[in-house]
Design a protein around this ligand. Sequence first.
Ligand SMILES: Cc1cc2nc3c(=O)[nH]c(=O)nc-3n(C[C@H](O)[C@H](O)[C@H](O)COP(=O)(O)OP(=O)(O)OC[C@H]3O[C@@H](n4cnc5c(N)ncnc54)[C@H](O)[C@@H]3O)c2cc1C
Length: 440
Amino acid sequence: MTKIVLFWHRRDLRQHDNAGLTAALQSGLPVVPLFIYDREILDLLPSRRDARVTFIYDEVERLARQTEQAGGTFLAEYGRPLAVFEALLGRYEVAAVYTNEDYEPYAAVRDAAVAELLARHGAGLHSFKDQVIFAKNELLGKSGKPAKVFGAYSKAWLAAVQDEHLAPYPSQELYREANLVRLPEAAPRPTLEQMNFVRHEQQVPAAELPDEELVRNYHNTRDKPGLINSSTRRSVHLRFGTLSVRELMRQARALNPKLLNELIWRDYFMMLLWHYPFTATESYDPRLRNVPYRNNEAEFQAWCEGRTGYPLVDAGMRELNQTGYMPNRARIAAAGFLVKHLLIDWRWGDRYFADKLLDYDMAQNVGNWQWMAGTGVVAAPWFRVYSPQSQQEQYDPSFAYVWQWIPEFGTCEYPKPIVDHKFARERAIATFRAAYQARE
Ligand SMILES: Cc1cc2nc3c(=O)[nH]c(=O)nc-3n(C[C@H](O)[C@H](O)[C@H](O)COP(=O)(O)OP(=O)(O)OC[C@H]3O[C@@H](n4cnc5c(N)ncnc54)[C@H](O)[C@@H]3O)c2cc1C
């Protein structure tokens, strides 16, 4: 039996500029790329019509076709990772598994278990940093812990970054017959139907760098959700690795520091989740772990469906429900409104976004939700309650965004505000203050 190396794709569905794939292709052994449709994740999805699963499926099939054209075999397996690896170790002589690091709490546990299993079979798990520029402990503050102020982190990031951090890896050039292997006995790849999913496509931009003009103008347009191209819309590609973050960072570094700054936020939140995995489900600030949220089910439903009577919030939620995307400004308005105006636990909103967002990423979602709720490692002050009306006037003054998503806006069919802003603001501040002071 030929000794092989497996390259395990996870959040990096691309052949070009891929750190772990490059290392695998340089290992001297033939490489078999692998994707696992992980039942630990898929079985928990609330719908079998999930656009993210369709997206992943199409990308995996694309990678598989490209691998076959290059003279190799691409394995796609449906199951639980440990069981899949047990089976593969029985079928092939696996010398090692290469992969890229994944910083989510579930991934850390899964990878440790896989590493242990492989070690028992005399094979190693080799992980590489790929989806961020600085990871884990690379950019800690003076205290030896992550900086708790984004400004300090971004300053350190900008001081540390060198051209080589953003340089592309030559995985595409190495992806050729000599470094791959054809496995004639490989099992057929599962179809969406065999995994019990129904095809559900959503429109996403091509996995290419955004237009240069858009990037040059980004700081002027990013907060105008009514514009067609207000931001890059590349979050889904960064989430699934169909675009390399290094490519986008290089473009941002050359053309627009504001865009680079947003991408540094992404690195920052990934580092924070790795250091504080409990924040996935718990407020970081212990003083705000027992806020007596109202958690009114009917009001939550109105928020989910975009029926709060606050048009920027409602337009955002309706866009999310219909397309799986929401511009950052609308996410801010919707999140702030849920937590402060309706006094609903940020975790309810975090879960709803997790089910709906095409670009859902635990680190970014939890980091931003906790920021908005005032409970996070980095957080807006707990007493900040944005006025939905001022946000509307500032970011969508002509209601261009609102008209796109709320056709009945301005008619008597559009609901009246679910709560008065002044009343809700005072109630939120009093509630948060009481929770805060009780734990001081
Ligand atoms: C409550 C809330 C929840 C969010 N949940 C997610 C999520 O699950 N997944 C996700 O990718 N982003 C999330 N964001 C961040 C941000 O809204 C999206 O990344 C952005 O809207 C995606 O659109 P874009 O690609 O056009 O972004 P652009 O404005 O073009 O920015 C380029 C890239 O920078 C990164 N970025 C931009 N803003 C942020 C930010 N505030 N925090 C971290 N990274 C950022 C993203 O990777 C984004 O694709 C959330 C924001 C809020 C307020």
